[in-house]
Ligand binder design. Structure first.
Ligand code: GUN
Ligand code: ZN
Length: 682
């Protein structure tokens, strides 16, 4: 295997792909080189890898001769990795090609291609199902034939299936079982050309969810920077751009936010060497060839800049923000972004729960992000107390603003209770409404779950108010309609877990709880809410490791040590022994040896485990990082960046560390690190 993942965000991956002519960073953009016609040296503008067309070389006697004698790299004058396509695209354009699958695969091997492609059939979108099925069979046959023909050649095998998600998935499943190195997703050009981005999402998601995570995916024919971020967020790693030259030919400029026509330009739109050296008028006055070359350079610059921006966003954990920005470039992209909601469950498994940057709410689409889905899923598990007190938002973390509490509260009564209360007061006429209230107030504040209601996370128990991303998020002060509706729904579910609901006036008004029967609820003055440290550490552990983990980790008489500077919890000890440290940046626990021991004792196998083989055991015990190839089993629900236990086949604890991949990826990969070990020594 030649592919490694270094960083993850959404379904996106920053990684490396090794080829015979060098290693490239992914996600990568591969400029399309027209053999024999190319004038621009694309490596000058940032290309690490290029793609060219083996069929065009094969068909032209002169080119074929040079390629066979000196190799494709010499032919196109590019020393780095060269990917070749097979002529399938010509097949889709002209309905016919003068070469067989076997011939073109053999040819690609002979000319020294790094990654070759079999002669798949690019079935267009929206064809009859029978045709899609029939052509898919041929594509699969040709893929397996290519495997028999090739010697050392790394091979693409293209996912087809038209716009039938189940056929795409079926094709991906079948190809994934065979020994290919890269999986393109094919026949999407017509979708992109007609702005059918929502269907593009369906096709890509149906494919990537069934492809092995350990192989890079190439979104074939995607060369407009406007869709790179979205495609990467769905798990695409490679792109090819003929767009840079095709758009230049038409006097059009690619931008991450869309396309500009030179004829409409009053100003040049970017800071590349072309845009800063020429005015639109100067370019318009130029000879066609000269202008085309300059616009192509602009197009390459912008496309590579976008790819760098995307890799940066993945490393810092802000890919969703970038996707949300880009998808506002066109209403149909926005539609596509919205449709990601249908894939929340899958996206949540890939998206790391802890990131180096804050969650920015950029509009109602942010409500569909995996972080929100994950939080609400966890909230369903967190055990509830009998009564709840709902507070409005303040600045974060909320528990540091408790000196500034609202004044007016209500209790939500239900009709039945009201009736009983009335009956009660009839039978005991001496008991006035006032004394009834007094009784209610006697409910101890300590027995109440204090929860803040906010956008976009809905309900945030005060104990969790420093955990990522519940503290590390920003949203506008004014709530939009979608947020209000969403939080309203969340509240409905959440409140079902409580017998008694006390709500601040502001929360009741904002989230329409005032349509329920309310009675005023006078708290004793001054209202003093304190978050109990013991409850806080247990709830954080439950939230982080699953229900009950808090009791498992912090059972007995534990000591909490706080930061002298910030007053926040830093360490939890059992006597002299450190159990865990609460990381200041994201408010979650980093295990120490005793913590790992306790978690291991408490959580049933294989929960939170990465199981390594005998060979790796001594290395794990020494605290060396765990490579994916030594992993024989693991908890499939592990996310990237989680605290995990490293055990042997007998479930003996060897070490603990932080996962780099999720459970599915750890099992699928055979190269690269799976877990950064913190400590061994067990
Ligand atoms: N280029 C653009 N789309 C396709 C496709 O579906 N298959 C191949 N081989 N090349 C393409
Ligand atoms: Zn420019």
């Amino acid at each position: 295997m030649n592919f490694e993942i270094k960083y993850k965000d959404a379904r996106g991956r920053v990684g490396t792909l090794k080829t015979p002519h060098g290693t490239i960073k992914t996600p990568a953009l591969m400029p399309v080189i027209h053999p024999g016609k190319q004038t621009i040296q694309v490596s000058d503008y940032g290309a690490e890898v290029v793609i060219t067309n083996a069929y065009l070389i094969y068909k032209n006697e002169d080119l074929r001769e040079i390629a066979l004698e000196e190799g494709v790299h010499k032919l196109i004058d590019f020393p780095g990795p060269v990917v070749t396509d097979s002529g399938s695209f010509q097949l889709s354009l002209y309905g016919d090609v003068q070469v067989s699958n076997q011939e073109i695969v053999e040819f690609q091997e002979k000319i020294g291609t790094d990654i070759g492609t079999s002669l798949d059939i690019p079935t267009p979108p929206s064809v009859k199902r029978e045709r899609a099925e029939r052509e898919l069979e041929i594509t699969l046959q040709r893929a397996s034939e290519a495997l028999e023909v090739r010697d050392e050649l790394m091979l693409n095998s293209v996912v087809q299936g038209s716009t039938y998600p189940d056929l795409r998935s079926k094709c991906a499943d079948a190809l994934g079982k065979m020994d290919f190195q890269v999986h393109p997703i094919g026949a999407v050009v017509p979708l992109m050309e007609s702005y059918r981005y929502k269907e593009l999402v369906e096709v890509v998601m149906a494919s990537v969810t069934h492809l092995p995570d350990s192989r890079p995916r190439h979104l074939m024919g995607a060369g407009h920077p406007m869709i790179f971020a979205l495609a990467v967020a769905m798990g695409c790693d490679l792109f090819d751009s003929a767009a840079y030259i095709l758009y230049a030919e038409d006097d059009r400029l690619l931008m991450p936010g869309g396309t500009l026509k030179l004829e409409n330009l009053y100003e040049m739109p970017c800071s590349c060497e072309v845009c800063t050296s020429y005015t639109p008028e100067q370019l318009r006055q130029m000879k066609k060839e000269e202008r085309r070359e300059l616009l192509a350079i602009h197009n390459l610059r912008v496309s590579f800049a976008e790819m760098r921006m995307i890799r940066q966003a993945i490393v810092e954990g802000s890919l969703w923000e970038l996707v949300e920005q880009r998808c506002r470039a066109h209403p149909f992209l926005l539609e596509a972004l919205r449709s990601l909601k249908n894939y929340s469950k899958d996206l949540e498994k890939y998206d790391p729960p802890y990131k180096n940057s804050a969650f920015f709410y950029t509009g109602p689409e942010s409500l569909n992000r995996p972080e929100v889905y994950r939080h609400l899923k966890k909230m369903r598990r967190i055990p509830s107390k009998k009564s709840v007190l709902l507070l409005p938002r303040s600045s974060k973390p909320y528990s540091e603003r408790l000196y500034d509490l609202p004044e007016k509260f209500y209790r939500i009564t239900n009709e039945q209770e009201n009736f009983e209360a009335k009956q009660d007061s009839l039978e005991h006429p001496k008991q006035s409404a006032e004394s009834l209230n007094q009784q209610i107030i006697e409910t101890q504040l300590e027995d109440m779950q204090v929860t803040v209601v906010d956008v976009p996370f809905g309900v945030i128990p005060l104990e969790l108010d420093q955990v990522y991303p519940l503290a590390q998020n920003e949203s506008p002060d004014s709530y939009d309609e979608d947020s209000l509706k969403m939080v309203g729904n969340v509240l409905q579910d959440y409140l079902e877990g409580f017998d008694e609901i006390i709500v601040s006036e502001e929360v009741a008004q904002t989230f329409a709880l005032n349509t329920l029967p309310l009675e005023e609820y006078p708290f004793p003055e001054p209202l003093n809410i304190v978050v109990d440290d013991q409850k806080r550490i247990k709830m954080i552990a439950d939230y982080q490791f699953g229900e009950g983990a808090g009791n498992g980790l912090f059972d007995g008489d534990v000591q909490i040590v706080k930061s002298r500077k910030t007053g926040k919890i830093r360490h939890v000890y059992d006597g002299e022994e450190l159990i865990a440290t609460l990381r200041a940046s994201d408010g979650v626990f980093v295990l120490a040896r005793e913590g790992a021991r306790r978690l291991h004792r408490y959580l049933p196998y294989p929960k939170n485990r990465v199981v390594v083989n005998e060979d790796a055991e001594p290395f794990a015990r020494e605290g060396k990082s765990i490579f994916a190839k030594f992993v024989i089993n693991c908890d499939i629900d592990i996310h990237a960046k989680e605290e995990v236990l490293i055990v042997n086949a007998e479930d003996q604890l060897l070490a603990f560390g932080k996962s780099i991949l999720n459970g599915k990826e750890i099992l699928d990969f055979n190269t690269g690190q799976a877990v950064k070990t913190r400590k061994g020594g067990f």
